[in-house]
Ligand binder design. Structure first.
Ligand SMILES: [Zn+2]
Ligand SMILES: [Zn+2]
Length: 236
């Protein structure tokens, strides 16, 4: 069953707690992918081909450079640059294709197209996106079929907004009809309750600056702005 390889990491992420179990999971997967990119991937011709073609974003190049594998990183950069230069030269040599009947703006510029593709291309980001989608599907499968997992979800702290969006968009891959609607409504209610919870925590954080509250306990609010930022924004 394909779900098996996803179940343990997903359950572990929920067990760890925090403002978003999917961020916890993504962080772990990201670290694995960075290590893989300069390790096992170097030995696999198929993987090298994709690495040469797609390249990496700045965030992931920087993480790769902190791996302490200078030669591997050099080799990755060397062959990626090689391929990039080749596709740029081909684009320069290709005449602009007329995209429409008469509008100049609809001309397709091959060079701009290659630059655009390269700018938005990162092998690790792509893999993470794909894997997280799989985990989201398994999330709904387990939510419906495993009472233990459902209980973990009900006691979690909700999700960051981008992963909440991803979860909702994947729900209908696994569920349908009334089950789908009920499960989505439960997760939406969970998320809203935790957005209100973090809002209260941030609110108390700001009130602690009032001298009248200086001797009141912080409660959970000391790191509330940090956690609120995690809740609101994208991990990657
Ligand atoms: Zn998240
Ligand atoms: Zn990336």
């Amino acid at each position: 069953m394909k779900e098996k390889i996803y179940t343990i990491p997903l359950t572990d992420a929920f067990a760890e707690g925090g403002e978003c179990p999917f961020c916890t999971l993504e962080k772990k997967l990201e670290a694995e992918q960075v290590t893989y990119a300069l390790g096992a991937s170097m030995m696999e011709p198929d993987s090298r081909i994709i690495s040469n073609k797609k390249g990496y974003c700045r965030r992931h190049f920087e993480q790769m450079s902190r791996e302490g594998k200078a030669l591997s990183l050099g080799l990755v950069l060397d062959t990626h640059l090689n391929e990039l230069i080749q596709s740029l030269e081909e684009a320069v040599a290709t005449p602009k294709a007329k995209g429409g009947l008469f509008k100049k703006s609809s001309e397709v510029d091959p060079l701009a197209a290659v630059l655009e593709t390269n700018q938005n291309s990162c092998l690790i980001c792509d893999k993470l996106h794909h894997t997280l989608e799989k985990f989201s599907e398994v999330f709904w499968y387990l939510y419906k079929n495993e009472p233990d997992f459902k209980e973990k979800v009900e006691t979690c702290q909700g999700f960051c907004l981008p992963h909440f969006k991803l979860l909702l968009s994947c729900a209908d891959h696994e569920l349908s009809g009334k089950t789908l609607e009920e499960a989505k409504a439960e997760i939406i209610a969970l998320e809203l309750s935790h957005l209100k919870r973090i809002n209260d925590e941030v609110n108390w954080f700001t009130k602690k600056f009032d001298y009248r509250n200086q001797n009141e306990p912080w409660g959970n609010s000391k790191d509330a702005p940090q956690r609120a930022m995690e809740k609101l924004s994208k991990f990657l």
